[in-house]
Design a protein around this ligand. Structure first.
Ligand code: PRP
Ligand code: HPA
Ligand code: MG
Length: 194
């Protein structure tokens, strides 16, 4: 275990087994359909790479890059699109692939945006779902693991762009981000404090 990690919440073995299970389920659910896996960069990279190979049918992959956390541990509340899809999705069944649903702001923004492009269907597969209060409910078709409301890193999840390469999901020692965080970053955004 890396020295900055306090506790492992989801092991490499648990992730592997869950990805296999999700891939199997998705294969059954999307048989005969034109499936597009839509990965949300950068956090979803390891998950979508493993999930795609666990899906036993032809499908497409595309990515969107959005960012709302920057180097902070709380969402800024403002989602910025850094990279858009390559083409239209009106002939596709879109499955958004996320590493984590935390405040839910990123997904709400993505779902609202993508609905306007009229995909044949639009659903979400997230590896992690944080148990916490949310301003608006979210409908999630596939959830890997429900985790407590702690800041986690690994398997794609970062703190200040680091730790994405850890093969497990772990809780970062608070002193790691408390030492580095600028005071203004510690305020809750208006969207978070409601
Ligand atoms: O439910 P939310 O509170 O919106 O948080 C979830 C989002 O935040 C993270 O992305 P981030 O904006 O940090 O970009 P990254 O994937 O490049 O790290 C994560 O990968 C999700 O996309
Ligand atoms: O707990 C988290 N860790 C890393 N990135 C995140 N983005 C939203 N929540 C988290
Ligand atoms: Mg991030």
């Amino acid at each position: 275990m890396h020295e900055d990690i306090e506790e492992i919440l989801v092991t490499q073995e648990q992730i592997k087994a869950k990805v296999k299970e999700l891939g199997h389920q998705i294969t059954q659910d999307y048989q005969g359909k034109n499936l597009l896996l839509l990965g949300i960069l950068k956090g979803a990279i390891p998950f979508i790479a493993d999930l795609s190979r666990a899906i036993d049918m032809l499908h497409e992959i595309d990515y969107m890059a959005v960012s709302s956390y920057g180097n902070a541990t709380q969402s800024s509340g403002v989602v910025r699109i850094l990279k858009d899809l390559e083409g239209p999705i009106d002939q596709k069944h879109v499955l958004i692939v996320e590493d984590i649903v935390d405040s839910g702001l990123t997904l709400h923004y993505m779902l609202d945006l993508l609905r306007q492009r009229h995909p044949l269907s639009l659903r979400v597969c997230t590896l992690l779902y944080k148990e916490r209060e949310r301003a608006k409910p979210l409908e999630l078709a596939y959830i890997g693991f429900r985790i407590p409301n702690l800041f986690v890193v690994g398997y794609g999840l970062d703190y200040a762009q680091r730790y994405r390469n850890l093969p497990y999901v772990g809780v970062l020692k608070p002193e790691v981000y408390q030492n580095n965080q600028k005071p203004e970053r510690q305020h809750k955004s208006p969207a978070e404090s409601s």
